[in-house]
Design a protein. Structure first.
Ligand code: SAM
Length: 290
């Protein structure tokens, strides 16, 4: 069977039949619950009993959201499939549900969210389903809006099934460019079936809280049968450091004096653009102290 991402866009693949099939499979329910619990653990929320406002991005029928409800948190679920959300409504999940495409950004106010999880969903952004889709731009919009809506120091934990190393690298690069720091935690790295990769992202400057735990089974610990009862579509990806892009420095290229500016202005006028008149101040040098 080819990967779901290669078969149809998510809003078409997860139609009424598939949404129901997905949610009634006891195997899927169990696996998604286990992954969601682990993602919540990796969120590292303060253990003070205070309910937090969290996001579930690509929430589907609410299997992953249930873990947040069980842990006493409020959540907002985003999904692009109306059928998946219909099943979530039928199941009376506690989260607020939004029919939205994460590739267009999350559209939330800055700093209002305490943490975000996304379970088995973000890899869908790596596929262009329409001529207007450019995966890098969609990942940029997604991570940019995620970074903005998270409170400083908050985390986002994304469990995903990248098809290959190029996709993993593209996703991580876009997250770093948005300003996130963090890394990848791989559970059961030696089991082809149970291996799961979690991208753990931190918003804001690195702090003492920005620890990353070891993946389960890294020390040779054996996984149980239930841990192995899962898909084997994931990849191991390496650790990375936070690196916010530097602001571009203005380059003072030689030869761009008054003559060059006048020539450019003339070219713009010929193209019919409105250009300020040339004066004695055009392209003048400014003093070092302005
Ligand atoms: C494998 S399901 C996982 C659902 C849920 N997180 C769970 O653990 O059961 C992936 C979900 O991601 C959603 N999805 C895919 N691309 C999306 C996008 N661009 N925006 C929002 N949701 C998307 C799909 O509609 C689908 O419901």
């Amino acid at each position: 069977m080819p990967r779901p991402e290669l078969q149809a866009p998510p809003e078409i693949f997860y139609n009424d039949t598939e949404a129901r099939k997905y949610t009634t499979s006891s195997r899927i329910v169990e696996i998604q619950a286990r992954i969601s619990e682990r993602a919540l653990e990796l969120l590292n929320l303060p253990d003070d009993g205070v309910p937090r406002l969290l996001l579930d991005i690509g929430c589907g029928s609410g299997l992953s959201g249930e873990a947040m409800t069980e842990n006493g948190h409020h959540w907002i679920g985003y999904d692009i499939s109306q059928s998946m959300l219909n099943v979530a409504v039928e199941r009376e999940v506690d989260g607020d549900l939004l029919l939205a495409d994460m590739g267009q950004g999350l559209g939330l106010r800055p700093g209002v969210i305490d943490g975000a999880i996304s379970i088995s969903a973000v890899q869908w952004l790596c596929y262009a389903d329409k001529s207007s889709h450019e995966p890098r731009m969609r990942l940029k919009a997604f991570f940019g809006s995620l970074y903005r809506c998270l409170a400083r120091g908050a985390r986002a934990v994304l469990q995903l099934y990248a098809e290959n190393m190029d996709q993993s690298t593209m996703i991580l690069t876009c997250a770093m460019r948005a300003g996130f720091g963090g890394g990848v935690v791989v559970d059961w790295p030696h089991s082809s079936k149970a291996k799961k990769a979690y991208i753990v992202l931190t918003c804001g400057p690195p702090s003492a809280q920005a620890w990353l735990p070891k993946g389960k089974g890294e020390d040779g610990e054996m996984c149980t049968d239930s841990d192995e009862d899962s898909d084997d579509e994931n990849e191991t990806v390496g650790m990375y450091d936070r690196s916010r892009p530097r602001k571009k420095m203005k380059v003072n290229k030689k030869g761009r004096g008054r003559a060059w500016v006048l020539k450019k202005k003339e070219q713009m006028r010929k193209k019919g653009n409105v250009v300020p008149p040339d004066t004695k101040y055009t392209a003048r040098k400014r003093k070092a102290r302005f």
